[in-house]
Design a protein around this ligand. Structure first.
Ligand code: CA
Length: 229
């Protein structure tokens, strides 16, 4: 099997070296781009498996890079940004980024994010066209409109079921509050955000009766992700 090819887009040489050294010692292949335009060109010419994208680039904004790549490709994009750039992170996720890393990050975090993204890719490839979703003890039968935990039907409200399906459809990906409220209520008012928190809390209570198994991860101020078990 080919080693995954990672496109590293980062203008800061120190961070770039940290990333490429990590990739090299962990059996990844990589190529680098120091700015947005060359990143878009490399993404198109080299077809990397995953893009690691710094948001603050010298020429065009990282979010713009995502938008332009998303016009023609669904290749996974992991955004790298400073903690102060939370709103940029949300914009990046809404533009189609798959995940994010906050600077400063550790080598272990970087590798964990890459593994999550690879698992998500595998899950996407295997589930294409399937009408039943499996993740750990959770099963969703889309045809029947029912969800099961360890074979027992979960009593979900229509909103909880919709939320569960949205999270499952993009298992492994962080979905922003805006994305979720827009999909469920067609809007994203403050009151929708509050409702989302309530529905998510009741959904999690039903899903995570066994406290050792976590299905949904909360990203404070950003959104939620279903973990691939
Ligand atoms: Ca930068």
């Amino acid at each position: 099997m080919n080693k995954p090819l990672i496109l590293v887009v980062e203008d800061d040489g120190t961070v770039r070296n940290l990333i490429t050294t990590t990739l090299k010692s962990n059996e990844y292949r990589y190529l680098t781009a120091p700015d947005g335009e060359s990143a878009i060109a490399a993404a198109s010419n080299q077809q990397p498996d995953i893009v690691l994208l710094d948001l603050g680039l010298p020429d065009i904004d990282g979010v713009e890079v995502i938008r332009r790549i998303r016009c023609w490709s669904q290749m996974p994009i992991i955004v790298i940004s400073a903690r102060s750039e939370d709103t940029d992170k949300i914009a990046a996720l809404d533009a189609g980024a798959d995940d994010y890393l906050t600077k400063p990050f550790s080598v272990a975090e970087l590798l964990a994010r890459l593994r999550v993204t690879q698992r998500r890719l595998t899950a996407l490839e295997s589930k294409t066209g399937e009408s039943v979703f499996h993740n750990g003890s959770l099963t969703i039968d889309y045809g029947a409109g029912c969800a099961y935990m360890d074979g027992a039907a979960l009593k979900l409200t229509p909103t909880e079921y919709k939320l569960l399906c949205l999270l499952a459809k993009d298992v492994g990906k962080v979905l922003t509050h805006t994305y979720l409220t827009d999909k469920i209520w067609g809007s994203c008012w403050e009151s929708d955000m509050a409702s989302l928190r309530v529905h998510m809390a009741t959904l999690r209570k039903k899903l995570e009766r066994n406290p050792d198994t976590q299905y949904i991860q909360t990203h404070i101020g950003i959104g939620y992700r279903m973990l691939k078990l």
